[in-house]
Design a binder for this molecule. Sequence first.
Ligand code: ATP
Ligand code: MG
Length: 139
Amino acid sequence: MSKKVYQYNLKELSSVASDILSSLKDERIWTFTGDLGSGKTTFIKEIVALLGSKDLVSSPTYTIANQYIYPQGKVYHIDAYRIDNDEEAFNAGIEEMIYSGDYVFIEWPEKIIDLIPQEAVKIVITSHDNNRILELHTY
Ligand SMILES: Nc1ncnc2c1ncn2[C@@H]1O[C@H](COP(=O)(O)OP(=O)(O)OP(=O)(O)O)[C@@H](O)[C@H]1O
Ligand SMILES: [Mg+2]
């Protein structure tokens, strides 16, 4: 496992997201761990924009997952916060998304930990006033 650490404020978000996207070119499943309001959705929004999507990224509030289109394909954005068991995850179609080969960005992966492939990228974000510290763990 290798680990890289980034620190950024909102102004620096775009350049950090761009570095991370280019360093993870072959990775499709990214998990995002961090407290409520730590900046998971904000970071995903930036990545989706960098992929060239014009779709609006928002927290999947009424559904478990959102789907966005970008020029080369699809992105699934899963927020597993409200998933309580494997049956709910299955009914939400999480497994199909994970094995689709499309990008899959997962907030609250700990809620569906049995479904996360071991090789998934792990991103951990912590909040420090107007900065965020992001740890990127890859194999
Ligand atoms: N690098 C940053 N510097 C300063 N503020 C940031 C940074 N990244 C995100 N924020 C702010 O922190 C808040 C994070 O909200 P966001 O919805 O991204 O959190 P989240 O981790 O997805 O939370 P939840 O678990 O509720 O889904 C937003 O108000 C955003 O503007
Ligand atoms: Mg969120």
